[in-house]
Design a protein around this ligand. Structure first.
Ligand SMILES: Nc1nc2c(c(=O)[nH]1)N[C@H]1C(S)=C(S)[C@@H](COP(=O)(O)OP(=O)(O)OC[C@H]3O[C@@H](n4cnc5c(=O)[nH]c(N)nc54)[C@H](O)[C@@H]3O)O[C@H]1N2
Ligand SMILES: Nc1nc2c(c(=O)[nH]1)N[C@H]1C(S)=C(S)[C@@H](COP(=O)(O)OP(=O)(O)OC[C@H]3O[C@@H](n4cnc5c(=O)[nH]c(N)nc54)[C@H](O)[C@@H]3O)O[C@H]1N2
Ligand SMILES: [Mo]
Length: 806
């Protein structure tokens, strides 16, 4: 892999040979001096010809965009000189290159960024102030070991929190942290994610699990209907769903309809029709489509009778018979609410003309097969679980479940063939809380109960969270709802007593660390994508450290080893292995299960290994569809439960806050802070966010070229703008009771009236001891911290705001 190339003398070589060399490698190592070199040459004029070593090293972009793309990093004299992406494979569909998008391709700017953290530090100002002092590694490790042991002794392991963090999601380096924590008695568990907790919580009641056809199977569809699915922007990497969608549409020719409040990039590039919808009202649209399907006899009666319970009175479970509680009764106006879910009814809620709804229903009812997908946008709403289940009703009603070219209505999935990870052992602590509720567990943990707050494993929490380990995540503030609220909670150091953060930048979350450790990026250590998917092709990427460690940056593993040593557990933690040995060990374990995998050495040489789905395409619930008796679902009845007795019981027994709705049927639930909330008199505009191509969440958020190409803006319809005398490009303030964001307005018909939106993940930038006005455009200054009813998860797309000229 190492090749030698003739070069003009590089500036690096020049500097090395000059008096400056005395500064040592660490001081020179940032590479920012050389950051603009396209080919790694950075010639000094008149330079003599000299031989330099250029290596090409495999690596990958590890952030959580669901892309996981391969990179080939060209390294000269221990500096990344330039970066290209995958150039292997036949580049035919199914064996195609895992090419990176502009984010991955700008990784050199990220690695070499002048603001990168380089030294261990301890906080000297208040939390959130960003004042830190450099300390020695020994002092950092001592501080962590002492505080960790003290908190364990005083409060027990349930007071420890391993924070949700997805910054190195593609590599499972973070498993070392779980291993370390589990070895020390474990921590308060967490369930659900920020990504798709509502879908994950809701779909098992309907289908026994969450499952979808691989999106490559769209090649077999006649019609594709996508609710808030924006994969063109959110899964842009070369092997990702965008590419599969593109190929499937090109080869299959299906019509595509996208339902989204925004004219997203997916609408712009892939859709035949855009149906703008009021945020949080998808279930009402589904209801009215169902009404037309029933009225015009476009439902699949055989499918409903054979595979489902709860559609009509004939298949109602005993406990609910004879009470007009069936789905059909609900839709046709004989249900408990007595409202007929006509297209005219839905027009008033969704903002979609009744005629368009009828047309949509006819198309869905007659296209065979029809693939219906949801993105994760609609479920990230205050009524998200009901919406997630409701969308699935359209494939259920039309019998499009379990067949090629159809889908369950769930979000995009793909083919996985193998998985390997560092053994982290089991968390000995049985108690867990929903991921999103961690601030409550700090603030008033002992008030949190099973029935009111979703505590699992115990009726109530015995101790609040007292210590946070946060490895590669920005969900302490930037990515979690209501930053100003979290700030207040974390200010009180008697509540959460100690916070350790591993970062590469001084992010907003990092400012809350008590000890802040400068990490090496995955490409700077033995790295791998252990298993990833895209449509019907899975892949593994195996990489090597691109350069030696710069400044005082170290790996997570090296840090944990030192902390374990101080706690008398080094040997138990390492089992005598270093990072590379662990990687090899894990890979060999996976090979025992899958003999077709290349050897470890071959894998390192190849960099990328692909495998096509031997079944062609994954078809969710195919076994059940083929033989429902032999292959029942994991629901109590073994069938698709349109009416769920389990949810009926939860609705009866859980203590729900006012406005929270859990229903045995997938009914439309307005949600709190939705379009019809009385709060709209004060804050009239709905503000969902979206995942933006400029960044993966907040990752890459500091890269100048990406920021210039994709500015942070507030999308606003011309009607709303003119009412407020706002012009395109004006600086505006977006505000509600939770905070104020200053941002530039983009006045555009790409967003429907009554709705404004900004990309999530911009870097929060406010004077937290002053007016707290966020000049960075971070949507979480404004988002709601109120958990959704069933999953107790993030409703981060449900927010009411007002906008005025700044
Ligand atoms: N570039 C980039 N890619 C990413 C990420 C990133 O940050 N940047 N993040 C990755 C991660 S971790 C995840 S979980 C996924 C997230 O993927 P998604 O959750 O699917 O992405 P979102 O952009 O939040 O939502 C998708 C679309 O839903 C729309 N939407 C919002 N509310 C509603 C609604 O009520 N109804 C309907 N019909 N549409 C609605 C939004 O306008 C948006 O266009 O993306 C992944 N990919
Ligand atoms: N309002 C709103 N909020 C949201 C969402 C939304 O749609 N709307 N989406 C939610 C979703 S789906 C998700 S998944 C979360 C994601 O939230 P996070 O998991 O916090 O994702 P990032 O913002 O990418 O933060 C990753 C952090 O890891 C750091 N990092 C990157 N590489 C390394 C490394 O090698 N080592 C270390 N130590 N650190 C590294 C980055 O600097 C960054 O600060 O956000 C959620 N927040
Ligand atoms: Mo996510």
């Amino acid at each position: 892999m190492t090749k030698t190339k003739e070069h003009a003398v590089s500036r690096r070589t020049f500097v090395k040979g000059s008096a400056l060399a005395g500064l040592g490698a660490a001081a020179l190592g940032t590479g920012t001096l050389f950051a603009c070199s396209p080919q790694g040459t950075d010639e000094v004029s008149g330079g003599a010809s000299e031989t330099v070593d250029e290596k090409v090293v495999w690596g990958h972009c590890s952030v959580n965009c669901e892309g996981r793309c391969a990179l080939r990093l060209h390294v000269t004299n221990d500096e990344v000189a330039w970066v290209e992406s995958d150039n292997t494979g036949d580049d035919v569909y199914g064996d195609h290159q895992i090419r990176a998008c502009l984010r991955g391709r700008s990784i050199r700017r990220w690695i070499n960024h002048p603001d990168r953290l380089s030294y261990p530090m301890k906080r000297v100002g208040k939390r959130g102030e960003g004042k830190f002092e450099q300390i020695s590694w020994d002092e950092a490790y001592d501080l962590i070991a002492d505080n960790y042991q003290r908190i364990l002794d005083e409060y027990g392991p349930e007071a420890i929190w391993n924070h949700y963090a997805s910054g190195v999601n593609a590599s499972n380096i973070g498993s070392f942290l779980s291993r370390f924590i589990n070895m020390n008695g474990g921590c308060l568990g967490r369930y659900g994610s920020y990504s798709s907790a509502q879908i994950s919580a809701a779909l098992p009641y309907l289908y026994g699990k969450r499952a979808a056809n691989s999106n490559s199977d769209i090649v077999n569809a006649k019609l594709v209907v996508m609710f808030g699915e924006n994969s063109v922007e959110t899964k842009a990497g070369g092997a990702g769903p965008t590419y599969h969608l593109e190929q499937a549409l090109e080869q299959g020719g299906a019509k595509v309809i996208v339902i989204d409040p925004r004219y997203s990039d997916t609408v712009a590039t892939r859709a035949d029709q855009w149906i703008p919808i009021r945020p949080g009202t998808d279930a009402a649209l589904v209801d009215a489509v169902a009404h037309t399907l029933i009225e015009e006899d476009l439902v699949d009666h055989d499918f409903l009778a054979t595979y489902c319970i709860g559609y009509d009175e004939d298949t109602m479970p005993e406990s609910a018979q004879g009470q007009n509680k069936s789905y059909k009764a609900y839709i046709m106006g004989q249900g408990v609410d007595g409202v007929e879910k006509t297209p005219a009814w839905a027009e008033g809620i969704t903002g979609i003309p009744a005629d368009t709804i009828v047309e949509l229903a006819r198309e869905i009812g007659t296209a065979k097969p029809c693939a219906i997908y949801q993105g994760k946008g609609p479920q990230r709403q205050s009524n998200g679980e009901q919406t997630a289940r409701a969308i699935c009703m359209l494939p259920v009603l039309t019998g499009n479940v379990g067949i090629n070219g159809g889908n369950t209505g769930s979000d995009l999935d793909g083919f996985y063939f193998s998985s390997f990870s560092v053994p982290s052992d089991k968390n000995p602590v049985q108690t867990s809380i929903a991921t999103f509720t961690w601030t409550d567990a700090i603030d008033h943990g002992t008030e949190m109960t099973k029935l009111a707050h979703g505590v699992r494993g115990k009726d109530k929490l015995d101790v609040p969270i007292k210590m946070i380990f946060n490895y590669a995540g920005n969900t302490i503030t930037n990515q979690h709802s209501d930053i100003n609220r979290t700030h207040e909670i974390l200010q009180d150091e008697s509540k959460c007593e100690f916070i350790v953060v591993w970062e590469t930048f001084m992010t907003d979350s990092a400012k809350y660390a008590d000890v802040l450790l400068p990490d090496l990026m995955p490409v700077e250590q033995p790295n791998f994508v252990s298993n990833d998917y895209a449509g019907n092709m899975g892949f593994i990427i195996m990489g090597e450290p691109v350069t030696s460690p710069k400044f005082e940056r170290r790996t997570l593993y090296a840090d944990l080893r030192e902390i374990a040593k101080r706690m008398g557990k080094e040997e138990a933690f390492t089992e005598g292995r270093d990072e590379e040995a662990w990687l090899q060990f894990c890979y060999e374990e996976a090979r025992k299960e899958d003999a077709d995998l290349p050897t470890y050495d071959e894998m390192k040489e190849m960099g990328v290994y692909r495998r096509k789905d031997p079944d062609g395409h994954q078809v969710a619930l195919k076994d059940f569809r083929d033989d429902p008796v032999a292959n029942p679902l994991k629901t109590p009845s073994g069938k698709i439960e349109i009416y769920s007795e389990q949810l009926a019981e939860i609705a009866e027994t859980w203590e729900l806050a006012k406005g929270d709705i859990i229903d045995p049927l997938p009914v439309y639930a307005p949600g709190v802070e939705g379009w019809d909330d009385p709060l709209r008199e004060t804050y009239p505009l709905q503000m969902p966010g979206y995942h933006y191509k400029a960044r993966a969440h907040s990752s890459y958020g500091c890269i100048d070229v990406l920021k210039q190409a994709n500015p942070q803006e507030l999308w606003m319809n011309p009607l709303d703008a003119s009412e407020r005398s706002i012009k395109d490009g004006d600086k505006v303030q977006v505000f509600n009771d939770r905070g104020t964001v200053e941002i530039v307005a983009k006045v555009t018909p790409r967003i429907m009236p009554g709705v404004v939106s900004m990309g999530q993940g911009a870097w929060h930038d406010a004077d937290m001891s002053g007016n707290k006005v966020d000049k960075g455009g971070c949507i979480n200054t404004l988002t709601s911290p109120r958990p959704t009813p069933l999953a107790k998860a993030n409703p981060q797309h449900t927010n009411l705001v007002e906008v005025k000229k700044a």
